[in-house]
Design a protein around this ligand. Structure first.
Ligand code: NAD
Length: 290
């Protein structure tokens, strides 16, 4: 069988997949592929599925399956799998790094030093200890973040539409998370319910100057409205790894004050790429019963 490895994984993965079939990274061979393995870059949409008459199995190395037309794949009898367990620590550590970087002005301090400035008085810091972190979505990544925030002396509250209780956070309403948090970190999947949930109306119910962290999906926020809230100071910061359009060419976030931007690297730790490889090999073992 032809296995199409569409996106970049750990360098040892091609060698580990070779025993399962003929491995290719050449997208022009999609018509021969029985298995397609993707991360975030390659979207397995209807058009791609129509080009792949032999396709039986799509594996996404990552959490969400919103980059795959799952309904259409199912109609065609194609199985779809992901590796939700692998990336939690990598993403939680990035969210935590963002939460530390914002009140400590790490990026502004470094950039201004290299411009020959000494902003000792201007760069006033605040501490995370004693502040409230509000988590929207209390799944795998949020749990890892909660452990770390508690170790820093933060109070952790959370809202999850489908998880009523947690040993790591005080579960409460979405309104309460918005109203009481100094930091809000988003950890929901992209669905019809969560698309655009962070907008000017929801921001109006948050504490003035709240810092928002988004490592889930760019479409969960309305980018123009978040950029406007950064400009008028309603939001004290917006750290994001994900964008409505990637890369975010022309996005108002590129020029908004207090925006901290990373290029969708949440899952890209060395360790996670190895874990993704392990998960994909496990999935293929089950598929081929090898
Ligand atoms: P998870 O499935 O373990 O947790 C998601 C939680 O969101 C669940 O507990 C679910 O009940 C809750 N939820 C669903 N709909 C909700 C709603 N309307 N309101 C409130 N809560 C709701 O997923 P996870 O592993 O924690 O990952 C979360 C998201 O992070 C993924 O869906 C993915 O989009 C994103 N992600 C991003 C990167 C990155 O590179 N930045 C990497 C991995 C995952």
């Amino acid at each position: 069988m032809v296995i199409l490895l569409a996106d970049a994984f750990a360098p040892d993965l091609p060698g580990r997949l070779a025993p399962f079939g003929e491995l290719s990274t050449d997208m022009s061979r999609v018509g021969e592929a029985e298995v397609i393995i993707v991360r975030s870059k390659t979207k397995v949409d209807k058009a791609m599925i129509d080009k792949a008459p032999k396709l039986k199995y799509i594996i996404r190395g990552g959490v969400g399956v919103d980059t795959i037309d799952v309904d259409y794949a199912k109609q065609k009898g194609i199985a779809v799998d992901n590796t939700p367990e692998a990336s939690s620590l990598a993403v939680a550590e990035l969210a935590f790094a963002m939460m530390l970087a914002m009140p400590n002005h790490i990026v502004e301090a470094d950039v201004s030093m290299k411009q020959g400035k000494w902003l000792k008085k201007e760069l006033e810091r605040t501490e995370l200890g004693g502040r409230t972190l509000g988590l929207v979505g209390m799944g795998r990544i949020a749990r890892e973040l909660a452990v770390r925030a508690k170790a820093f002396g933060m109070k952790v509250i959370a809202y999850d539409k489908y998880v009523p209780s947690s040993d790591l956070a005080t579960m409460t309403s979405l309104n309460e998370v918005y109203a009481s948090s100094d930091y809000i970190s988003l950890h929901v999947p992209l669905t019809d319910e969560t698309r655009g949930m962070i907008n000017s109306s929801s921001i109006a119910t948050m504490k003035k100057g709240v810092r928002l962290i988004n490592t889930c999906r760019g479409q969960v926020v309305k980018t123009d409205e978040v950029a406007a809230a950064l400009k008028d100071g309603r939001l004290g910061g917006y750290a994001t790894d994900v964008y409505e359009k990637e890369p975010p060419e022309g996005s108002p976030l590129l020029t908004a004050p207090n925006a901290l931007l990373t290029p969708h690297i949440g899952a890209s730790s060395e360790e996670n790429l190895l874990r993704l490889g392990d998960s994909i090999v496990d999935r293929l073992k089950k598929y081929t019963k090898k």
